[in-house]
Design a protein around this ligand. Structure first.
Ligand code: LLP
Length: 463
């Protein structure tokens, strides 16, 4: 993730420390459209707008910190994925990236399916009216109660993750007088090029059943023997925030090889494969993500080619993008508080949120961009570290970024590309109140997840 060294900016010119930054942009007022949601821009007064509404108005009405989600962008990305994969494939939005009832309704309207991985996500999906047969249920340790609910609801598929679970799901379905469609999640032994905590295809980890040593083939044998389940396919998810498609290609190759082995051993051709999610997005101007149609083309080609070589009918493909749909659609709006210039180092800019609304920087060493959004500035660039208000020094939102040197308390700054894995991983650390998610579209803003209140905190505290 490290970047090339930087030419010096006007401030701290000879003393810029080592860091993960490139040169300061020539004009800090310009918003790089790569990292901002589609309807974001600056109006004639220099104030940033989303969906036609100024961030200053949004801050007044909804407070800060808050996540603002561009609904039009979200829907457009859903359509782009659905169009790219076409009618012979299925796109499942990965709800873990961010899920709410409004999101479920948008997905339903845009024709997407939904991947859930807990009882809570399943409840949200069903409550908001997602048809059960468009839901896939995931997880490496589903409880019996979750399995009961998923089977009883009639979810379209359960992605089974262990030998125990194959038996459990089969018995549950039999007890409930039904037959559950399942896929078996396998680990294909690929090292995905991403942070180790979000890579999931190597064998030494908790997800899936390894292809290696014939374990996946044995899982298939057992699944085919059980009446309560219908084995519809094989599932592989290699990791998250990945730019390079070669990992997906190796995964597709190995999954198709398993399909051929199954055909040779059992005389059946499984009709589906799922290649998971994981496509990376741009967090900074240095990231160059691939477009859905590019990915669809690459995956279709490789699966078709591998199937032809193995003389198999091409299975129906499904994918599970989470981050690539919701990530770029939202930004977090913060108010600047204290500002501390540390001579020879950088300037610490404190905001009214922090690791409780974005844990990704602390957890994965993630990089983000940031911009002054309540006004423009002609001041030179200052190397800044945007930090939160929590009680630890690792409470960093943006490690290294350039902000105008005249930044002042009360200014609004925004961190783009926070739609995925920010609100969904938010915490109450230091009894912080989790921020709201506000959907903005065509000049209207509406809260879809409200801000937590101190009453919410006290309501849980029953001691
Ligand atoms: N399918 C499965 C089975 C998954 O486990 C995941 C993500 C996805 C799909 C969606 O992946 P995406 O397209 O969003 O990359 N909290 C981490 C990411 C964890 C991803 C977990 N699984 C982060 O903030 O980077």
């Amino acid at each position: 993730m490290s970047r090339s060294a930087h030419p010096a900016g006007p401030r701290h010119a000879d003393v810029l420390p080592e860091g993960h930054y490139t040169a300061p942009p020539t004009d800090l007022n310009v918003l790089d459209e790569k990292v901002w949601a589609r309807t974001v821009g600056r109006n004639d007064d220099g104030v940033v707008t989303v969906g036609g509404i100024e961030v200053t108005r949004l801050a007044e009405e909804f407070g800060t910190p808050a996540y603002f989600l561009d609904e039009a962008d979200f829907r457009a990305r859903c359509r782009a994925w659905a169009d790219a994969f076409g009618k012979d494939a299925d796109v499942f939005y990965a709800g873990k990236a961010f899920l709410s009832r409004a999101v479920v309704r948008w997905l339903k309207e845009e024709g997407l399916n939904l991947d859930v991985c807990s009882g809570g996500e399943l409840t949200t999906a069903l409550d908001a009216g997602m048809p059960a047969d468009r839901i896939a249920f995931h997880g490496n340790n589903k409880s019996q109660e979750e399995i009961d609910r998923a089977v009883a609801a009639g979810v379209g598929r359960i992605v089974v993750d262990s030998f125990q679970e194959i038996v459990r799901v089969a018995h549950t379905a039999q007890r409930l007088g039904t037959r559950q469609r399942v896929q078996i999640r396998v680990t294909v032994g690929v090292e995905a090029h991403t942070h180790e905590f979000i890579a999931t295809a190597h064998e030494d980890q908790k997800f899936g059943i390894p292809l290696a040593g014939g374990q996946a083939a044995e899982a298939v044998r057992r699944a085919l023997r059980l009446d309560g389940i219908e084995l519809i396919g094989i599932h592989s998810h290699i990791g998250s925030q990945i730019f390079d498609t070669s990992g997906f290609e190796v995964a597709a190759h190995r999954v198709v090889r398993l399909l051929a082995e199954i055909r040779d051993e059992h005389g059946i051709e499984l009709p589906e494969i799922d290649l998971g999610g994981g496509l990376g997005i741009a967090y900074t101007s240095d990231d160059d993500p691939r477009e859905p149609h590019d990915i669809a083309k690459a995956l279709n080609e490789i699966v078709t080619r591998e199937c032809e070589a193995a003389r198999l009918r091409t299975p129906r493909i499904s994918v599970e993008p989470g981050r690539a749909i919701v990530g770029p659609t939202a930004f977090t709006l913060y108010e600047v508080g204290t500002i501390k210039p540390l001579e020879g180092l950088r300037t610490y800019v404190s905001v009214d949120g922090g690791m409780s609304d974005n844990i990704r920087t602390a957890l994965y060493d993630a990089e983000y961009s940031v911009a002054l959004v309540s006004r423009t500035s002609t001041a030179g660039p200052m190397l800044a570290r945007v930090v939160g208000k929590h009680c630890e020094s690792g409470d960093i939102v943006v490690k290294d970024a350039f902000l105008p040197a005249d930044l002042a308390p009360g200014d609004l700054i925004a961190v783009p590309a926070t739609g995925a894995y920010c609100r969904s991983m938010a915490s109450n650390y230091n009894h912080a109140l989790r921020p709201p998610v506000v959907a903005v579209k065509d000049g209207e803003a509406r809260v879809i997840v409200r801000r937590e209140t101190e009453e919410d905190l006290l309501r849980l505290d029953v001691g």
